[in-house]
Design a protein. Structure first.
Length: 343
């Protein structure tokens, strides 16, 4: 086997997309040329760092580091997210993933980088790519109707369990905050420039501009999101992104806005008859406390048990680079939308 690494050309894109499709057959229809352009070329942080591996002219591996802006220590820096690597099944366990990654990391030098590793890639990121494990990404579930969920899972025994855990159901604040209005968002216009100045009680957070939000949620080539904005005195005070049973993203300038956004999410799940919703959320302290009061449960330990059917694999969060040496998941403000652009 003679593997050659190179920058992908236009004629290689179709083979790259075919590898993505075979690696993730449930999403095969989403991996189009429009997706490739959106994901790797039109990112607001700049084009992704890309590399392919070829064997006898055939593309057998692909890797990319995606550039994003983060807020850290009062400034804005570029970091790279190491999440887009795929190797053809016939060529796995031959060091191609490691080879692609090492060459890409050499290209960005000592710049900071994140990786949200699965059980398959965790060891490579930690032992061969100089990443430091900083924790499991916090996973939350919200149960809308515990009775129906239990009847679905354990049948007649549900009646015995319901009184014990009824208190875990999602609940809205009463009465609603009359100073905050919630409106569907079809486009983040100039008024949403304010989002760049929002601050959270965390040392590290994504720098989200309206350009970023439009790219991520409004102009995604295949996914459709339901986006709602919170407004106070006719000015944006928060946003929430929902899709099916997922709370994908949330941003807020005040806890009043955060609370009303949670109300809108619960209404959304009620209307869609969602029994169990979920999210990956690293939030600041006040928001985390409100999540708990509203009935959301930190549930990392459940993902391989009773609720496995509804849950994604646990995300191990790793960090690399001098600029992020003191980063832990506890001082990061990150959401599901920040870690998974295919969702």
């Amino acid at each position: 086997m003679s593997i050659v690494f190179s920058i992908p050309l236009k004629e290689d894109i179709q083979q790259i997309l075919e590898m993505f499709s075979k690696n993730d057959p449930e999403r095969a229809a989403s991996f189009t040329e429009q997706y490739y352009e959106w994901q790797f070329v039109r990112i607001p942080g700049g084009p992704a760092k890309q590399l392919i591996a070829k064997d006898k002219g055939d593309v057998v591996g692909f890797g990319a580091l995606l550039p994003f802006k983060i807020k850290k220590g009062g400034g804005i820096e570029t970091v790279y997210e190491g999440v887009e690597f795929v190797v053809a099944p016939t060529h796995r366990r031959r060091g191609i993933f490691t080879g692609l990654a090492l060459k890409l990391y050499e290209e960005i030098g000592q710049s900071g980088s994140f990786a949200f590793a699965s059980s398959m890639s965790f060891r490579t990121f930690q032992e061969k790519l100089d990443h430091k494990f900083i924790g499991y990404f916090p996973y939350w579930i919200g149960i809308r109707d515990i009775g129906r969920l239990l009847r679905k899972k354990i049948g007649p025994f549900a009646l015995l369990a319901k009184p014990l855990i009824k208190r875990f159901e999602l609940k809205k604040s009463v009465p609603p905050d009359k100073n905050i209005s919630i409106t569907p968002v079809k486009e983040f216009d100039e008024a949403w420039d304010a989002v760049e100045n929002w601050r959270y009680d965390k040392k590290v957070s994504f720098h989200k501009s309206r350009q970023y939000l439009n790219w991520r949620y409004i102009r995604h080539p295949s996914n459709r999101y339901d986006v709602f904005g919170a407004f106070a005195n006719d000015q944006p005070a928060g946003f929430i992104v929902l899709r099916e049973f997922n709370l994908v993203d949330i941003g807020y300038v005040s806890m009043d806005a955060f609370g009303e956004l949670l109300n809108s999410a619960i209404d959304y799940f009620n209307k869609k008859s969602i029994l169990l919703c979920h999210a990956y959320l690293c939030l600041d302290g006040p928001a985390r406390d409100m999540l708990k009061r509203r009935g959301f449960i930190r549930a990392n330990a459940l993902q391989h048990g009773l609720l496995n059917k509804y849950c994604y694999p646990r995300q191990r969060m790793l960090v690399r680079g001098r600029d992020l040496d003191h980063c832990t998941y506890k001082n990061c403000m990150l959401t599901m939308g920040d870690i998974d652009s295919k969702l």
